[in-house]
Each structure stands twice: as C-alpha cells, then as structure tokens.
Design a binder for this molecule. Structure first.
Ligand code: HEM
Length: 403
C-alpha cells in the first residue's frame, strides 16, 4: 500500500494541506493505491471534471469508499430501498428531480426558515452563555444545522436525536475505512433511517404540512410526479447533506475567526461577515473532497486516466491552488476572488443548500458577536473524524467574556 498517498493516514487527517500541496506540485493527478482512486488536485482540473457530466459521472458520489463485507451488503440488499436522486445521479434522471427540488428551496421557504434559525440559535446560546465556556462544536455547531434541516424537511423535533445518530453512521461507511463491525451496525441504522424516511413520506401524503416534503408532493409544474420512494430518497440524502456540512463549516469558520484575530474587528464591522464566511469556505472548507467516475478513457490536466477510474476531487487542494489564489494558505477576508472556491461544487450538481449554509453561518456569527466581547479557544489540539470528505473539529472548546 502506498502510504504516502493515503488521505486516511493519521497525519493527513490531522492536517491535509501540506500533503495536498505536495501532490498538487509534483503529480497533480495521481493514482492512490490506498483508496483505489485518482486524486485530482488542481483547481482548473477539478472544475473541468465538475463541468463535464458526460465524461465524469456522479454515480459514485455516495458509494461506500471501501468494499463492504458480505454481512453488511446482505443487510442493505434486503431492506435498503434508496435510489439515486441527486448528488449521485446523472442526467437526464437528475435534471427531472433537481428542477422540483430547486423550486422547493424557494425564497419563500428560506424566508420562513430565517426567523426559526434565529430563534433556535438564540435559545442555544442563551442556554450556556452565562457558563463562560462550552464545547461549541457539540453544543452549538452540531444541533443548530440539524434542527434547521429537519424543520425544512418537516421531521418532528422530538426525533432529532435519533436522526442525528443515524446520519453519523453514514459518514464512516461512505467516506471512511470502517471495521466489519462498524459496517454491519451502520448498515442496520441506515436501513432503520430509510424505513423512517419512507413512513414519514407516506404520512405526509395523508397529512400534508408546510414543509419541503409536502412542496415536492404538491409541485404543480412537474410533468411526472415524484414517487414516494424518490421523495424518501431525497429526504434521506438531505438529512445528511444539510447538517454534517454546515456543522463542520460553522466550527471551521469560528476557529478561523479567532485564530486570525478577527473577533474584535467583526464585532465593530458586521459587514465583514459575508467575506469572512466566504474565505472560510475557501480556506477551511467542511467538504474537502467529492467523487466522480470516468465514463470513458480520457485525460485530466494532461494525465491519461482509464475508463471507470474513480476520482477523488480534492476541493481542499483546489481551494488553495496558487494558480488562482495568491498566498493561498493565508486566511484573507479581503481577497477579491474567494468565491471562486469549489466547496459547493460547480455545474449541474452545484449545492442547493449554499444559500441556507451562508445564512446559518451569518446568523451564528452575528449572535455570538452580540453576546461575546472576547472569544478564546481553549483546546490543546483538534481531532477530525476519519474520512476523506467531511472535515471539522470534533470538539471546539471555547471561553468568553460576556459583552
Ligand atoms: C457549508 C455547507 C455545505 C457545503 C460545503 C456543501 C457542499 C456540497 C457539495 C460539494 C456538493 C456536490 C456538488 C457537485 O457535485 O457539484 C453539494 C451538493 C448538494 N448539497 Fe450541499 N453543502 C453544504 C450545505 C448544504 C445544505 C445546508 C444543504 C441542504 C439544506 C445541502 C444540499 C445539497 C444538495 C441537495 C446537493 C445535491 C445537488 C445536486 O446533486 O444537484 N448542502 N453540497
């Protein structure tokens, strides 16, 4: 095994950026035996792949990174009825589903969610502000995006903890190197969550609500209505996409603000929040890799790759490519092209939740800045979940002086 090219090696998990910079400089498109994938590191190459769904299929975007053991496979085969609908679906099927889903992410729905997020964020912060310290990852960054996406879908609040536990299992199976025992446990919880999604959709057919799931059922502009299985597959995917990503981005962004001494500046100039958010998406993205598979033998940035080659598109590397970003390792909210980052992907699969994620980050920063005069990070080092795609600190211990 080529350890030097293993994105799951412990030193790479702790800090992937030197590893990525070295690949980008030496062999920008390179095969990794450790994960049986081609790692693509330059911004221009990653962008080219995203923009060409004919040559580069999204089919493996949600597949287990490593082959599953027989027992886990058997559990999934028997009862896991999910079908490709969004991030792992190619045209024309993808376009049929993306159109109504994009409509369901309407301005009206976002406007309805904004006060809900503000209220919940205030409740969470007021719940621990007087303590003077907390693990912000666990107490703030984790619950808020989960409650937000569950409200958007229409899941009852009381099921939130159960749903969050189910989503955690998907992370290790689809993007990590789980043991056989972890695979079997995760397969069981994925089946349990799938059944939950399906029965939730069936209930919404009988009892419509004011939520995205009901919008998908009632969309009058869709030529061929979505089936329950399709809607349940969307709901299943959104539950994960909507919170794991934003949880980590919140933590990465708060950390970047403090480590770059921007707290006081932001307190007195809130207009900087948008630029800080964007620079955090570029410099410390919560999604550092995404996947595609070639549909034909082709070249990427001059490197030949065979048909059926699995690609690990390194967003973390593309976002720090010096060909596009000057002094790329520096956190610089003033840079004028931070928005050229690829953290939300690009092209036909461009993240539908980007606006919502930016809104959540802005609300959280604003409310923290209102309450905390000074914010300090107290942890002695950070740990990250062992997977190739989703990156954020597992704990973010902080203390503060109240404003
Ligand atoms: C900082 C937070 C987020 C990041 C970094 C992120 C990142 C991504 C990435 C990399 C993709 C794949 C794009 C591609 O293949 O070209 C994606 C797709 C997607 N994201 Fe996000 N995401 C975030 C938040 C959210 C939220 C909050 C939601 C939902 C409420 C969401 C829903 C989706 C959906 C539905 C897709 C699939 C779109 C498609 O296949 O057409 N994301 N996201």
């Amino acid at each position: 095994m080529n350890h030097a090219l293993d994105p799951l090696a412990s030193d790479v998990l702790a800090d992937p950026y030197p590893f990525l910079a070295r690949i980008r400089e030496e062999t920008p498109v390179v095969y990794s035996e450790a994960i049986d994938m081609w790692i693509v590191t330059r911004h221009a190459d990653v962008e080219e792949v995203f923009l060409d769904p004919k040559r580069f299929s999204a089919a493996i975007a949600q597949a287990p990174l490593m082959p599953l053991c027989d027992e886990a496979m058997a559990i999934l085969k028997a009862d896991f009825g999910i079908q490709p609908v969004m991030s792992n679906f190619d045209p024309p099927g993808h376009s049929r589903i993306r159109r109504p889903l994009a409509r369901a992410f309407s301005t009206r729905r976002m406007r309805m969610l904004e006060p809900v997020i503000e209220r919940r964020c205030a409740e969470i912060l007021d719940g621990f502000a007087a303590d003077g310290s907390a693990d912000l990852a666990r107490e703030l960054c984790y619950p808020l995006p989960a409650l937000t996406i569950f409200t958007m879908i229409g899941f009852p609040d009381e099921d939130a903890d159960r749903i969050k536990a189910w989503c955690a299992d998907k992370l290790v199976v689809n993007w990590g190197r789980p043991s056989a025992e972890q695979q079997i446990n995760a397969a069981r919880t994925m089946v349990a969550f799938w059944k939950y999604c399906l029965s939730f959709v069936e209930r919404r057919r009988r009892e419509p609500g004011d939520d995205l799931t009901t919008d998908l059922m009632q969309d009058a502009d869709i030529p061929e209505p979505l089936t329950d299985r399709e809607i349940a597959s969307i709901v299943f995917g959104l539950s994960f996409a909507g919170h794991e990503t934003t949880t980590n981005q919140l933590a990465n962004c708060i950390r970047a603000v403090v480590e770059n001494d921007l707290w006081t500046r932001l307190r007195y100039d809130r207009s900087l929040i948008a630029a800080v958010t964007e620079e955090s998406l570029r410099q410390v993205s919560s999604v550092i890799a995404w996947r595609r598979i070639t549909t034909q033998a082709t070249t990427i940035g001059g490197t030949p790759v065979p048909e059926g080659a699995k690609l690990l598109l390194s967003l973390g590397s593309a976002n720090r490519d010096p060909a596009l970003f000057a002094d790329p390792d520096r956190f610089d909210p003033q840079r004028d092209n931070a928005r050229a980052h690829l953290s939300f992907g690009k092209g036909i699969h461009l993240c539908l939740g980007a606006h919502l994620a930016r809104m959540e980050i802005s609300i959280v920063l604003n409310q923290m800045l209102d309450r905390f005069d000074v914010l300090r990070l107290d942890g002695d080092g950070y740990t990250f979940p062992p997977n190739v795609a989703f990156r954020g600190p597992e704990t973010l211990t902080a203390s503060w002086d109240l404003a």
